[in-house]
Design a binder for this molecule. Sequence first.
Ligand code: EPZ
Length: 440
Amino acid sequence: MAYDSENASSICMEGGKQLEGTVRIQGSKNAALPVLAASILIPDTCILKNVPCITDIGCMENLLESTGAVLEKREEAHTLRINAVNIKEYRLPAKYVSAMRSSVVLMGALLGRIGEVLVDYPGGCVIGKRPIDLHLYGLEKLGAQIFTDKNRIHAYADELKGAQISFPFPSVGATQNTILAAVTAYGTTVIKNAAREPEITALCDFLNKAGANIEIGHDFIETGKIVIHGVEISRLHGVTYEIIPDRIVAGTYLFAALAAGGRVALENAPATQLRSVCDLIERMGGRIDSDKENEKNRLLVCVDEPVNIRNVGFVETDVYPAFPTDLQSPLLACACVSKGELVIRERIFSSRFRIVEELVRMGADIEILDEERVRVRGVEQLAGRTVIARELRGGASLVIAGLAASGITTVKDICYIKRGYQDIVGDLKGLGARIEYVYS
Ligand code: EPZ
């Protein structure tokens, strides 16, 4: 990996210092993963730019190579060449599938390309059970035969046929899998109540640039309707494509600035995708300016006095464009040192409060009300502690807490953070934080 984080096991920081400066936002993990999966639909070479240098991408690269794709990685340039002319292996290695749940979107790509896939059930994880019933529903509607035993799924399709598919819940992964299988299906597929996340639109943009025929209307956010006209595989061709910026990394740094105070400019930040987050931050007392006029995709957050930041009473997560579940933990960390009370309702995942016990150890006043809700009351200051990251976004929220705490905080097990943050220490150090990787 091209960053100092490669062999680091922990992150150590001294809190109490405001942040000041500019940070460039990395490419989006959740946009890059489905685009990498989509590349094996294309019997040609694709060049992907702004690919984030994170361990989940490394895992997906290994999975692509296991199918027969030939990859050329230039990590320092964040560029990846994928030659998917010879895709022949339908069995996905269990060690990579169990390491990363989102490998499941390779099902749609392999079915669409070679008509067969054998994959272990992707594990649940610390944030919830994470079933894939909606993925299998979409693939079966397109004509895939799916056989499952206790831990494996064998799916195959002599011919995928376009279908009318209406999701009871707009699952991001199930939408991606269905799109990938429908691109080369015979006839037209209409998806209703698809996931509206920007990563879905980006996937369709990539596929259309590669010769697919996918229609997303201007009213997509309202309707969640996607129409996919199937094309021959031979119609698909290589493209050079830039991965969109990571809205969750951008949101993480916005909450870090809110908790620590100061003035932070985010460069290459997807401002239009963060409206719900920016609205909340302004309601909490932060000031946000976005550099729309020259479209540099800059977001500026100013917090003159962190002591004046206040909680707003109630926030709930929901599907896009509502407040995103992936920023629930960063908000929680920030709320710990904001004035007043906040109840957060987590409506997307079944157990995304694992980080509460670590925050409480730092002196936070948090009560878990039930499976969906926590109540946090802001305290004057958190105390630096040695804490443990238990999952990706929870780990990042402990870094936010450490920046706002007094004294030294060490976050251990940062392997989780490295799944999605290219260089959280480098980014925050560039904003003046006293923070280092620890190698032990
Ligand atoms: C994607 O996960 C993201 N991951 C998640 O980001 C994100 O939190 C999530 O979308 C919601 O926005 C990637 O893009 C790689 P879902 P995904 O299918 O596709 C239930 C991060 O931190 N569900 O929309 O797994 C599921 O259990 C990660 O970057 C079913 O019941 O999300 C969950 O409760 C974490 N059956 C809810 O839907 C299904 O078949 C949302 O899941 C599929 C999902």
